[in-house]
Design a protein around this ligand. Structure first.
Ligand SMILES: Cc1cc2nc3c(=O)[nH]c(=O)nc-3n(C[C@H](O)[C@H](O)[C@H](O)COP(=O)(O)OP(=O)(O)OC[C@H]3O[C@@H](n4cnc5c(N)ncnc54)[C@H](O)[C@@H]3O)c2cc1C
Ligand code: FES
Length: 277
């Protein structure tokens, strides 16, 4: 299912730096809050701003009543401009867009893996799983430094099992999420049902490493991909990436991350042929 192309003009309710370089922005948009599903995204732009001209894609981190929250990392011009917005400033939000994560049956064990700001794309999914699953959900969450870890105490209070890896080693296990996964498989095999659904979002190098370790019987892995997007709804072709051709898996076929994804099963992706980002 693809997303909704309606745009809304809204006003910022809050926009603050919650850990160094990462911001949590809230605005009220009842339709978006009601319609968005875990893993879908919005194209955000600042009305009357011409530099950058193009909107930028962001996952919906959370929704509460009419409120929508976006968690974003300041990496360039667009996110720099977003970071400068204050309460009351205008924002244009187009969406919800994309397919979102497939939601597992309540009895299926779920393993969620997030690297860096990839936590933004899986947070709404985690809230859904905590509410609906009859078996525990586990999150493996990694960041470069302990300072970049987003506080998730409210999810922990709802029963989420959280395991953390940081490359500086000052919080959790020293290393990456992939290392966490391979050194401590019992973390997530413990209590798992016959089949496990894994949901992953993070930088391409992390996706590649994690997917290789999850490639075993009984685990179905869903990956949320990032690509440069200009429109977000299938028109510009800017987000196209190579995927395995269903008829001939040895060949690749370009598909649009915005409308065919951003969530794909790991076996649709030709890992050797996908550019690192
Ligand atoms: C579906 C989707 C959901 C996303 N959700 C979030 C989110 O919830 N929070 C968040 O912080 N970011 C998210 N992103 C990434 C975000 O869109 C980019 O960081 C943003 O567009 C950068 O804009 P900029 O103008 O600040 O950076 P630019 O000046 O355009 O680029 C700065 C640097 O970031 C890299 N970059 C920019 N966009 C991307 C991209 N899409 N993929 C990989 N590298 C990129 C560039 O190569 C460059 O090195 C998402 C991307 C997609 C496709
Ligand atoms: S972003 Fe324009 S086609 Fe996907």
């Amino acid at each position: 299912m693809t997303g909704n192309r309606r745009a809304a003009l809204t006003a910022i309710v809050s926009n603050r730096e919650i850990v160094p370089g990462t911001f949590l922005m809230a605005f009220e948009e009842p339709r978006l809050a009601a319609e968005v599903r875990p893993g879908q995204f919005l194209m955000l732009s600042i009305p009357a701003a011409h530099d950058p001209l193009l909107p930028r894609p962001f996952a919906v981190f959370n929704r509460e009543g009419p409120r929508v929250e976006i968690l974003y990392r300041r990496v360039g011009k667009g996110t720099g401009r977003l970071a400068g917005l204050k309460r009351g400033d205008s924002l244009r939000a187009l969406g919800p867009l994309g397919n979102g994560f497939p939601l597992p049956a309540p009895s299926v064990a779920s393993l969620v893996l997030a690297g860096g700001v990839g936590i933004a794309s899986v947070h709404l999914l985690l809230l859904h799983l905590l509410k609906h699953q009859s078996v525990p959900t586990t999150l493996l969450y990694g960041a470069r430094s302990h300072q970049e870890i987003i506080p998730l105490e409210s999810l922990e209070a709802q029963g989420l099992r959280i395991h953390i890896a940081t490359e500086d080693g000052l919080r959790g296990v020293k290393g990456t999420v992939a290392a966490l996964l391979s050194t401590t498989p019992a973390l997530w095999e413990d209590g798992a049902a016959a089949s496990t659904e894994a949901f992953v979002c993070g930088p391409m190098a992390m996706l590649r490493a994690v997917v290789a370790r999850l490639n075993r019987p009984g685990i179905r892995t869903h990956v949320s991909l990032e690509s440069r997007m200009a429109c977000g709804y299938g028109v510009c072709q800017g987000c196209a990436m190579p995927f395995k051709d269903k008829e001939n898996p040895e060949r690749v076929r370009y598909r649009k991350v915005c409308t065919d994804g951003p969530v794909f099963t790991a076996d649709e992706i030709p890992w050797g042929k996908t550019e690192a980002s």
